[in-house]
Design a protein around this ligand. Structure first.
Ligand SMILES: Cc1ncc(COP(=O)(O)O)c(C=O)c1O
Length: 397
């Protein structure tokens, strides 16, 4: 195999120079090489894709749907997605001009940032937040700016946002929100959304609202940011989490037509179009009653797991803000244990063969916390809690 010419590497695209692979995946790979490890690391539903969705994708293959679809996605899927947004969150979007089907929420994020940012523009993010955002903002020429929300229960307040906008000045082009949140599991209620929207409405800032976990909201109904401020919002959703379809790679973006024209261009230049069998499966997931029921059944299971994990970890001395969505618990390490979260995670892995994610990788406010994904079977969670309890009992000073 040839080596790359060394001098050629010196002047390639500089935005990639300091970028590293996702630390969650790096730690997960390391943990995987520990024999007998129990992992609560990745944000992946552990359910299988429901049978009727698989059948729709298989039919698409058997029907020779093997040519390029329209760049924005097949009309049937766009209608299914806008219908889903209407039924579930009372949002009104035109499937022909206001919705684009993407290759997962990741491509949706990328295409939104690509369409919106000029080099040097700033993107505000309540922190801790999904670690991929930082890199996606940077590769699209932007500058990530974190707003630490640890003191306010991991919810961005209007005062924090106003202060950040005033401090960061006119280069603030976008705000990247995510709720229910990865990594905290915290979500925003309608009043909290309205309060943030009122601040943004006085500006020309674009809100990119990643609501990929909206169907996994426990307690009160999910309140979409797009309902509060449709004219400034690019809404991201998809079937990865709601239907355990992470590997199928289908997401979508909805927003006002003029903005979506640009986003659609970015999407078309990035990926052309999503794949036909995956789009057929996603149509089945979003358009049918059975598809809605799938999400409900998974959600009921997640609630049981969440309640179990929160109760067990609280007994051990972890402090946990109420997780009302997604499938994560973001827990403050008990006093008396190692407070450096990375060291804590490696020590726990070494001594008790349990892998959880260090909080500081999610940005300011994550220090001395760990993220636990409860997208795992009850038996796995029980074993994990046994190991965690034993570790804390033996290592708390
Ligand atoms: C907040 C958030 N946004 C986006 C994604 C990526 O979603 P997708 O698999 O649809 O690209 C994830 C996956 O973990 C996530 O947690």
């Amino acid at each position: 195999m040839p080596n790359t010419k060394a001098s050629l590497l010196q002047d390639l695209k500089h935005t990639y120079d300091g970028l590293k692979p996702n630390p969650i995946r790096v730690f997960d790979a390391e943990a995987s090489s520990t024999p007998g490890v129990v992992k609560l690391t990745l944000g992946e539903p552990d359910f299988n894709v429901p049978q009727h969705i698989k059948r729709a994708a298989i039919d698409s293959i058997n029907n020779d749907e093997s040519h390029y679809g329209p760049s924005n996605g097949w009309p049937k899927l766009r209608q299914a997605a806008t219908g889903f947004l209407k039924d579930r969150y009372n949002l009104d979007y035109n499937p022909d001009s206001e919705l684009v089907v993407t290759v997962g929420a990741t491509e949706a994020l990328h295409s939104c940032l690509d369409a919106v940012l000029n080099p040097g523009d700033k993107v505000l993010m309540p922190s801790p937040t999904f670690s991929l955002y930082d890199q996606l903002i940077r590769i699209n020429g932007g500058i990530p700016v974190y707003i630490n929300t640890e003191a306010t229960g991991f919810v961005l307040t209007p005062d924090q946002l106003k202060a950040a906008i005033a401090e960061e000045g006119p280069r603030v082009k976008a705000i990247l929100l995510n709720f229910p949140s990865n990594p905290t599991g915290v979500t925003y209620n309608k009043e909290q959304v309205a309060a943030i929207a009122a601040v943004v409405a006085d500006t020309d800032i674009v809100v990119i609202s990643d609501e990929i976990y909206s169907e996994l909201t426990y307690g009160s109904k999910h309140a979409s940011f797009a309902a509060a401020l449709p004219e400034q919002t690019l809404l991201i959703n998809g079937v990865s989490k709601s239907h355990a379809m992470t590997g199928w790679r289908i997401g979508f973006i909805a927003g006002p037509a003029d903005l979506m024209k640009r986003v659609a261009l970015a999407h078309a230049f990035n990926v052309t179009v999503a794949s036909n069998p995956a789009m057929a499966g996603a149509t089945e997931a979003l358009a049918t009653e059975a598809g809605r029921e799938d999400s409900e059944a998974m959600k009921a299971e997640y609630i049981k797991r969440r309640d179990y994990v929160v109760a067990e970890m609280t007994k051990m001395g972890f402090a946990i803000p109420e997780p009302n969505g997604a499938f994560y618990v973001f827990a403050k390490i008990p006093t008396g244990c190692i407070q450096d979260d990375t060291e804590f995670c490696y020590d726990l892995l070494r001594k008790n063969k349990l892998a959880v994610i260090a909080g500081s990788g999610f940005g300011p406010g994550g220090e001395a916390h760990v993220r636990i994904s409860y997208a795992a079977s009850m038996a796995t969670l029980q074993e994990a809690m046994k190991r965690l309890g034993a570790y804390v009992a033996a290592n708390k000073h």
